[in-house]
Design a protein around this ligand. Sequence first.
Ligand code: IVH
Length: 689
Amino acid sequence: MNEKERILYLREQLHEHNYKYYVLNQPDISDQEFDFLMHELQDLEAKHPELYDANSPTQRVGSDLNQNFTQVAHKYPMLSLANTYNEQDVADWYESVSRGLAGEPFEVCCEMKYDGLSISLTYVDGKLVSGVTRGDGVHGDDVTANVKTIRCIPLVLKEGTGYPKEFEIRGEILMPWKVFEQLNAEREAAEEPLFANPRNAASGTLKSQNSKLVASRRLDAYLYYLLGDNLPAEGHYENLQAAAHWGFKISQGMKKVGSLEEIYQFINYWDTERKNLPVATDGIVLKVNSLRQQRALGYTAKSPRWAIAYKFKAERACTRLNEVTYQVGRTGAVTPVANMDPVQLAGTIVKRATLNNEDFIRSFDLHIGDYVYVEKGGEIIPKIVGVAVEKRQQDAVPVEFIKTCPECGTPLVRYEGEAAHYCPNDTGCPPQIKGRIEHFIARRAMNIDSLGPETVDEYYRRGLIHNIADLYKIQVQDINGTGNRERSAQKIVNGIEASKKVPFERVVFALGIRFVGETSARLLARRFKTMDALQAATMQQLMDIDGVGEVIAKSVITYFANPVNQEIVARLRSYGLQMQLSEEQIEGTSDRLSGKSIVISGVFAKHSRDEYKALIEKNGGKNVGSISGKTSFILAGDNMGPSKLQKAEKLGVPLVDEATFLEMIGETNAESESATTPTAEPDGQLSLF
Ligand code: IVH
C-alpha cells in the first residue's frame, strides 16, 4: 500500500470507528488505538497536502481561525410544528388528519421531540457539503465548519447504501446532559456566567466562531426529517431507517402506529422513560407516515398539517427558599434570584430560580423559609409557580426588594411603566461596564472578534480596561503577561486596530447608548453625519427624525451630557475611530424618501434587491417586508407575483417601477453609477414579501 492508498484506507477506517463510537455507541477499538490511527493520518496528510479532503476525519478537530457565518437561503423553508398539550388536542389532530384524508387509513410515526436547535444538513454524492441553522426559517447561518466537528454527523456516508445523489436531512443538535453539567461546573469554578440549559449551551456553542471550541464541547445530533427528490421510500419511517444505514443517528424509539390508543401508549411510556435519555426532550412528535398523504394534507402558513408536537407537562418539585440574591445585568437591570435547597428536577439539580422582578415577588407574597413549587417547562430555566403557604413559619420574614445596587451601592431606580429595577450608574458599575465593552466589540458593532466576553472579563479584572476607549491602549506586552502566547496577543491587538475602519454608523451603535439599536444608530448617523453634530443635537432635532421617538432622543441627550461619556468619545476620536460618515456615504444620502415605507418586489435590471434596500435607507426611507395599508409604495420589478399585485391593488398601494424610483432618488443616469452586476433573481416563494 503506498502512502496515498494508506491515507484513503485510514480515512475510511476512522469514519467507520467514529460511526461505531458516536452513532452506535459500540466502539470496537480503544481510544488509544483510535488516536494512534488519527495521528498517522494527520502526519500523512501533512506530507501530502495535494490529497486534502474537506471531509477527512482529521477535519473534525476544528480550527482557531475565526470564521464569519454567511447567511444562506434554505431550499425548503424550515417550519415549526403546532403544539398540543393534552390527549384531547391529540385526538382532535388525529380526527382532522382523518378528515383531510377523507377517511383513508393512515399510519403515524411517533418519535421524540428533541430540545436543542434545528439544523439542516445537505449531502451531495455522499459527502456533507453544508450545515445551516434554522435562522428565521427562510435564511439561516452557514455553520458547516462547526457541524463538521460533531462526531456523530457523518462527513462521508457509508458506501453502497443507496443514498440519493443529493438530499437534505434535518435534525436537532444537542448538548448531552452530562456534558452540560460538566461545562457549567467548569464555568462556575472560573466564575463565568452559567448556561441556563443544554439548549442555550448547544446554541451558544454552535454559533461560536471558533470551531476548535465547538469540537471540545462534544455536541450530539439526532436526525429526524429527510427531504429531497429521490428518497428511497414512500414512508417517513422507512426513509429514516434508510438514513440510519447511511450512517446517521436517528430518533430513539421511533414507532409506527395505526391508532390513537397506540399514540397515547407511546406518549405515556416516554413521559417517564425520557428521563433516562442522555439528551433533553420536551415532547413527542407525531407525523403522518406516508409522504403521499403528507402532500395531500399540506401546510398551514406556519406548520405542516401532517405533523404535530405533543409537549410533556412541566415537572414540578417543592423545596425551601433560603435566600434571595440579586444579579445586575449588562444593562443595569437587577434580577432577583431565589436560592433554594437543591432539588432534583427534570434531569438536573435545581438550586436557583429567577424571581423576575419586585412585582413577581409580591404576587407570591414570598417569605424567606417558604416552601416553593418549582417547575421546568419547555424553557428549562426553573421558575417558581407557587408557595405552600400552609408550611410557612409564623415568624417568617417577607422578602424585601433591595434598595441599592449589590455591585456598586448606587440607589436603584424603577422607571415608569417598567417592571425592572435598574442601577443608574452605567459608567461606574462593573457588570454594566463589562456589558458595554462586550456590546462594543460585538460583530454587529465594532466587530473585534479577536476578543470575547471571557477576555473582556479577564482584562477588566486585571485593571487593563475600564471602558471602551481603554481597548485602544492595549499593547501586545500588556496581554502577554497573562500567559497568552505572543501570536494570539498580536491577533487581539490587530483586531482592535482593524476596528478603527468600522463605519461611523456602527461606531454610534457600538457606544451602547440605551435604546439606540442598529437601526436608530443608522438613522442618527445619516441625519447628523458627524459625531460633533450628533453630540450637539437638541431634543427637537432628534425627535424630528422619523423613527426616533422621545425615549431614544432623551437617552441620546443623557448619554452625551455625561462628562464620562464625553471623555470616552473624545478618546475614541483621538485613537482614530470613524467619527463621521465617509465621503461616499455623504454623497449618496438624502431625505428624498424620508417617512416612506417601501416594499421591494420582483426582479430588477440595474441593482440587486440588497442594493435597493441600501438605496432606500440612504435616502431616508424604510424598507419593509410585507405590504400593508401603511406601505407608501412598492418598488416593483418584473415578475411580481399575482397575489402581491392583488393585495397592492386592494389596499390602494401604488407601484413604482425601477426607472421612476431611480429618478425619485436622483439617480437618473443609473448605468454609469455604482458598479453593480445586474441581477435576475426570481421573486420566488422566499422573497422579501
Ligand atoms: S420535524 C416540518 N421532528 O421542533 C416539520 N422536529 O416546533 C419539521 N424538533 O423546529 C420538524 N424534535 O427543531 C421534527 N422529531 C422531531 C423533532 C423536531 C425536535 C424541533 C425542530 C422544529 C421544532 C418544531
